[in-house]
Design a protein around this ligand. Structure first.
Ligand SMILES: Nc1ncnc2c1ncn2[C@@H]1O[C@H](COP(=O)(O)OP(=O)(O)OP(=O)(O)O)[C@@H](O)[C@H]1O
Length: 352
C-alpha cells in the first residue's frame, strides 16, 4: 500500500442536513474548507471519512469509488486510505507515543517489527523521537498533536482530512504544529477545515467557502484572501465587501450611492458587482473632508472593538481600523454619525 496521493472528488447530498455540494481536491493539493457554524464542513469531512452516508452522489479517490449512491457502493472507513486528524490528538492513553504511531500499520497487517520501524521514522519526521516512550498524559498538547500527525501519516493515507488542528493548542505551540502541518501536507491531497486565516494562508492552495450546505465561493487562497466574493470570505480575510451593480466603472450600492473604485476586469454596466476595501484604508471623520479625491460616505457606527493595536470601527457600511487616540478625539460611540473616506485606488471592484 503506497501513500501516493490521488485527487478527491466529492459530489454529495445529505437531505436532513440540507448539504448539497460538489468539491474537488486535486492530486497533492490542499484545500481549506471555510464557513460559519453549521455550514456543512464537518458533514463533508464525515462523508469523506466514511462516518456518514450521503443520500445521493458519489465520493471518488482517483477513479476508485468510496461511495456511489447509484451503484450502492460503500467502502467502510478503514478501507478508504483516508486519515482524519481531529482538533484534539485522541491518542490511545495506555500506549506509548511509539505504539500509538505503530498502531495504524499494525492494524493494516504490518508485522510488529516493521510497524515499529515505520513508527520510529515518523516520530523522527515530526521531531518527537525523544518522546517515543512517553504516554499521552506525559505530553503537552502540541507534542500530542505532533504524535497524532505521525500516527495519521504512518498508515500512508491517500488523503488527509484535517479538522481545525490547531484550535485546541495554546499560542506557543500552535506555530510549531502549523509548520509541521505545512511540511507534511505539501504534495499530499488534503482537506482542512479551519476558522483561522493563518491556517488557510499557510496551508491551503485553494479555499472553498461553504454557506448553508453549499459552496458559495471557491478559488486560489491568495485570490480569496485579497479579492473575496462571498460575505464570509470577506469576513474571514478581514476585508470589507460591498455589493451593488456596476455603473460606469464604479459601484452603485443598493441605496443608490456610488462607490468609486478601480476595476481589475471590465465591468458590464448594470451587472452585479462587489467592492473590496481593507479596513486600514478607510478613515473616519465627523464632517466631509474637503478637496480630496476620495469617496466620502455617511455612515453610523454600529460597534467598536479592539483590533491588535488599533480599534475596528464597524459601521452600517464599512469597517475602519483607526488608532485609539483617534477614537477618543472623534468621541466615537455606538450610534455616532460619521463620514467614511476612502481613496478610489483602495476600492477594488470585481464582478459578483
Ligand atoms: N448529527 C447531526 N444530525 C443531524 N443534523 C446535523 C448533525 N450534525 C450537524 N447537523 C446539521 O447539519 C448541517 C451542517 O452542519 P455541520 O456540522 O456539517 O457544519 P459545520 O460547518 O461543520 O459547523 P461547525 O463549524 O459548527 O462545526 C447543520 O444544519 C447542522 O445543524
Amino acid at each position: 500500500m503506497t501513500g501516493e496521493p490521488h485527487a478527491l472528488h466529492v459530489d454529495l447530498t445529505v437531505d436532513d442536513r440540507d448539504v448539497a455540494l460538489d468539491l474537488t481536491v486535486g492530486q497533492g493539493e490542499t484545500v481549506a474548507l471555510l464557513g460559519p457554524n453549521g455550514a456543512g464542513k464537518s458533514t463533508v469531512l464525515g462523508a469523506v471519512a466514511g462516518l456518514l452516508r450521503p443520500d445521493r452522489g458519489s465520493i471518488r479517490l482517483g477513479d476508485r469509488a468510496l461511495f456511489d449512491a447509484a451503484t450502492r457502493t460503500w467502502v467502510p472507513p478503514h478501507e478508504r486510505r483516508i486519515a482524519l486528524l481531529a482538533q484534539d490528538a485522541r491518542l490511545f492513553p495506555h500506549l506509548s507515543a511509539l505504539d500509538n504511531v505503530a498502531f495504524g500499520p499494525r492494524s493494516q497487517g504490518t508485522p510488529r517489527r516493521d510497524a515499529t520501524t515505520v513508527a520510529t521514522r515518523w516520530l523522527e519526521e515530526v521531531g518527537m523521537t525523544a518522546y517515543a516512550r512517553r504516554r499521552p498524559r506525559e505530553l503537552s498538547g502540541g507534542q500530542a498533536q505532533k504524535v497524532a500527525i505521525a500516527r495519521a501519516l504512518a498508515t500512508e493515507p491517500a488523503v488527509l482530512l484535517v479538522d481545525e488542528p490547531l484550535s485546541a493548542l495554546d499560542v506557543e505551540s500552535a506555530p510549531d504544529v502549523r509548520d509541521l502541518l505545512r511540511r507534511v501536507t505539501h504534495d499530499r491531497t488534503t482537506l482542512v477545515v479551519t476558522h483561522d486565516v493563518l491556517d488557510a494562508a499557510l496551508l491551503a492552495d485553494r479555499v472553498a467557502v461553504l454557506h448553508a450546505g453549499r459552496v458559495v465561493e471557491e478559488g486560489e487562497t491568495s485570490r480569496v484572501l485579497s479579492r473575496p466574493t462571498s460575505d464570509f470570505g470577506a469576513r474571514f480575510a478581514g476585508l470589507n465587501l460591498v455589493r451593488g451593480v456596476a455603473s460606469d466603472g464604479d459601484l452603485r450600492m443598493p441605496d443608490g450611492r456610488l462607490l468609486h473604485g478601480i476595476a481589475e476586469t471590465a465591468l458590464d454596466d448594470g451587472a452585479p458587482a462587489a467592492a473590496v476595501v481593507a479596513p486600514s484604508a478607510v478613515s473616519v471623520h465627523l464632517d466631509t473632508p474637503h478637496g480630496s479625491p476620495r469617496n466620502s460616505l455617511n455612515a453610523t457606527v454600529t460597534d467598536l472593538e479592539p483590533h491588535g493595536q488599533l480599534v475596528r470601527v464597524r459601521t452600517d457600511l464599512l469597517s475602519a481600523d483607526i488608532t485609539p487616540p483617534a477614537v477618543a478625539d472623534l468621541g466615537l460611540a455606538r450610534g455616532s454619525r460619521v463620514v467614511l473616506s476612502v481613496k478610489a485606488t483602495e476600492v477594488h471592484l470585481h464582478p459578483a
